[in-house]
Design a protein around this ligand. Structure first.
Ligand SMILES: C[S@@+](CC[C@H](N)C(=O)[O-])C[C@H]1O[C@@H](n2cnc3c(N)ncnc32)[C@H](O)[C@@H]1O
Length: 312
């Protein structure tokens, strides 16, 4: 799926090597390539497509029946559970780039509590437990198999007093049923909202908002509009489900965001936007020797703290 990035600096071009995923899946996924990240830039402007690419995307027909469309949505949890049964912990690479992009995660003072939404098998928070010995982590995913793989991990057992993984469908179940009120001051939401249909995203974002302490910051990263994976989907029959929403061969869904949509989604739930950009990476697909332009959206939001004294 999405490539993990290496430790390049913001808005510059540099050469580094990294891998996105190490899939053992039999299902071809858009991230099974092992990309070499050769450039990274960011912008508030979306990626411009060539005329031919734009025409191809516009011409892609939605040929999936209403029955199957609704099945991909209502059985989303089952498709992700199957994904983790097939891939176990071998698909995603650890997300070390996260500390560079969201430095509070590695601050030891003050002591932080992180909530990770849609944590998968822990590729973001496991390295963090080692990088930050004081952070406490709550991590949820609706795929029971993913949470089982986390709780079987030796690193989880060794950090049981400060690491709590739990099964939760963030669209339907209050996160605050599990996470204590007024505790979480950092939140990460990585490539999880893109797994939902657009109409269910507001419920998920409100649920997250309610689980956070006033003043908490949330780091969001997900697929951006006109990402190369989106163009690949657009070329395939029976993959477009809705505007900017596609389905993979394994039944999991991928939505591609604009900055405007992300801003509207989070601000409607009550968040204040601190920053929001498209992140562009150029990667080399070593298998096919192709240059692959990936596009992500990356934003930082804050839950307003109405009790804090105003600075003016
Ligand atoms: C593309 S994976 C990303 C995993 C992880 N965040 C990472 O970046 O390595 C999407 C994850 O979101 C989870 N997910 C999708 N919809 C969810 C929901 N409604 N509630 C909780 N988790 C969900 C899936 O089970 C899957 O683990």
């Amino acid at each position: 799926m999405e490539p993990a990035e290496s430790t390049t600096t913001n808005t510059t071009t540099s050469t580094t090597s990294n891998c996105s995923s190490s899939s053992s899946s039999t299902q071809p996924q858009e991230g099974e390539i092992q990309p070499l990240v050769v450039a990274r830039t960011q912008s508030v402007e979306a990626r411009q497509l060539s005329e031919a690419e734009a025409a191809m995307v516009a011409a892609t027909k939605m040929t999936v029946s209403e029955y199957h469309k609704s099945r991909f949505d209502t059985h989303a949890r089952m498709f992700w559970d199957k994904f983790y049964h097939a891939n176990k912990t071998f698909f995603f690479k650890d997300r070390h780039w996260l500390y560079r992009e969201f430095p509070p995660l590695v601050e030891q003072e003050p002591v932080h509590t992180l909530l990770e939404i849609g944590c998968g098998v822990g590729n973001a928070f496991f390295p963090l437990l080692q990088a930050n010995p004081t952070i406490e982590v709550y991590a949820c995913d609706f795929a029971k198999k993913a949470v089982d793989l986390i709780t079987q991990n030796e690193l989880y057992k060794a950090n049981a007093s400060r690491c709590h993984a739990f099964v939760c469908d963030v669209i339907n179940t209050p996160i605050s049923d599990t996470v204590p009120a007024n505790k979480v001051d950092l939140c990460t939401c990585l490539f999880v909202l893109s797994a939902m249909v657009q109409s269910k995203m507001p419920a998920a974002v409100s649920n997250i908002f309610n689980a956070l302490k006033p003043g908490a910051t949330l780091f969001f990263r997900d697929y951006g509009i006109n990402d190369e994976a989106m163009l690949r989907f657009a070329k395939q029959r029976n993959s477009k489900l809705d505007e900017n929403l596609y389905v993979r061969q394994d039944g999991t869904q991928a939505f591609f965001f604009t900055l405007e949509h992300v801003q509207e989604l989070f601000q409607s739930a009550g968040f204040e936007q601190l920053s929001s950009v498209y992140v562009f990476t150029e990667t080399i697909n070593r298998k096919e020797e192709l240059q692959v332009p990936r596009v992500f959206v990356q934003s930082l939001f804050r839950k307003p703290d109405t009790s804090a004294p105003s600075s003016s």
